[in-house]
Design a protein around this ligand. Sequence first.
Ligand SMILES: Nc1nc2c(c(=O)[nH]1)N=C([C@H](O)[C@H](O)COP(=O)(O)OP(=O)(O)OP(=O)(O)O)CN2
Length: 124
Amino acid sequence: MSDVIGHQNARVRIKDLLLRAYIGIKEEEINNQQDVLINVELTYDASGAIHRNEIEAALNYRTITKQIIQHVDGNRFALLERLTHEVLSIVMEHEAVQWAQVEIDKPHALRYAESVSVCLEAHR
Ligand SMILES: Nc1nc2c(c(=O)[nH]1)N=C([C@H](O)[C@H](O)COP(=O)(O)OP(=O)(O)OP(=O)(O)O)CN2
């Protein structure tokens, strides 16, 4: 197979990671978990992963997902901005990540809206 000429930056998307979280400022939210829907998008140089075809050469998206799950499970958050920032920080702790965007939805948090979300991004 011939090599395709071009950059080998990969765009990884973790889509609709549905977790239960203590998130919010109302008493009902402080006392009860609710759904949060997490979307992560990141880029990294995947040339090593492409050439070696081994997980050791890749940015392991399973590892990142498990870290996010553990963090959300083990903590309480008031604002959606703070939760989004902390998830983005977990992603950016991986040195290989060049750029990342995290969007977190609180479905049905607002009485008259389907959902509300906060989106943050970071780059090196
Ligand atoms: N910038 C932010 N604003 C708000 C956040 C937040 O995290 N960041 N969080 C909340 C509440 O926790 C919740 O998400 C919304 O509650 P509330 O304002 O009560 O929304 P309702 O539609 O249920 O309001 P009603 O007056 O009861 O209809 C708020 N803001």
